[in-house]
Ligand binder design. Structure first.
Ligand code: OOG
Ligand code: MG
Length: 258
């Protein structure tokens, strides 16, 4: 390491520029090790930069809520990130690879909140705050070289958030604890799994989400979208692909990669 230590706003700026240029940055773990608290502070600053440019917050995402994701990335603690409106990709729409560094996609389930949620809540209280659930694809895109990071580095990078594709909303009275799912690329199944891979029941991810935002002094307002976390490993995106998730009882959601 040489030169003065980067400040947290400088780390946030570097990550913001890596996402918008787009290009891959060096991890900070070697050159400016962050504590977990500093990493979340960088994430907050990174999102504030975007809010200052007119981006609107729409909710949050959970990360590493399944064994499959923890094993794939070598990270073993739950993390969270902030979602903004520009991350939405229309169902049946298009994602241009040139707008991302090296994106991947993973199958998830999304919650839409009908009332605010924050702090220590039971699964029943969390469920009571849910207006609807939808099958969802998350596009993740680490801003670090080779998609490699420490826990702190990925937290600072807004938990690799990059895109969200939502299918049709359904009433949460459907039992979504163990719904089979298939994520396919051009009709070929790439990941097969179940929503039970998400902490045994995806509602536990929402319980954790409420706790984690409260730790940051925030709430999940009414109308928030919460992504429960990948139920399987992620797949790298390649141009010319139609990516589709089919989820038992909840239907399909897909997008084109160009
Ligand atoms: C970090 C984000 C993890 C999930 O669903 O577990 C995540 C990454 O894998 O790059 O989104
Ligand atoms: Mg995810």
């Amino acid at each position: 390491m040489s030169g003065p230590l980067l400040s947290l706003p400088e780390v946030a700026r570097e990550l913001d520029e890596a996402a918008s240029t787009p290009h891959a940055a060096e991890q900070f773990v070697e050159r400016r090790p962050l504590t977990l608290a500093e990493a979340y502070e960088v994430q907050r600053m990174l999102i504030q930069r975007r809010v200052d440019r007119g981006h609107r917050r729409i909710g949050m995402k959970m990360g590493f809520t399944s064994r499959a994701k923890m094993v794939q990335m070598g990270v073993h603690d739950m993390i969270w990130g902030r979602l903004t409106h520009d991350m939405r990709v229309d169902e049946g729409g298009e994602l241009k690879l040139s707008t991302r560094v090296h994106p991947r996609v993973e199958p998830e389930i999304a919650f839409l909140l009908r009332k605010p949620l924050s702090g220590s809540v039971s699964p029943i209280e969390a469920l009571d705050a849910v207006e609807a659930i939808a099958p969802a694809l998350e596009i993740i895109d680490s801003r670090y070289k080779a998609f490699k990071f420490s826990l702190e580095d990925v937290v600072a990078d807004n938990a690799s958030s990059s895109g969200v594709v939502l299918g049709a909303w359904h009433k949460p009275s459907i039992d979504f604890s163990n719904l089979g799912l298939i994520m396919s690329c051009n009709g070929k199944a790439q990941q097969v799994g179940t929503t039970a891979a998400i902490l045994g029941h995806p509602v536990r991810s929402l319980v954790a989400a409420a706790r984690l935002v409260a730790q940051a002094g925030e709430i999940l307002p009414e109308g928030s979208i919460v992504m429960a976390g990948g139920a399987s490993a992620a797949e790298a995106l390649v141009a010319g692909t139609w990516v589709e998730l089919e989820m038992q009882n909840l239907g399909r959601v897909g997008f084109h990669v160009t």
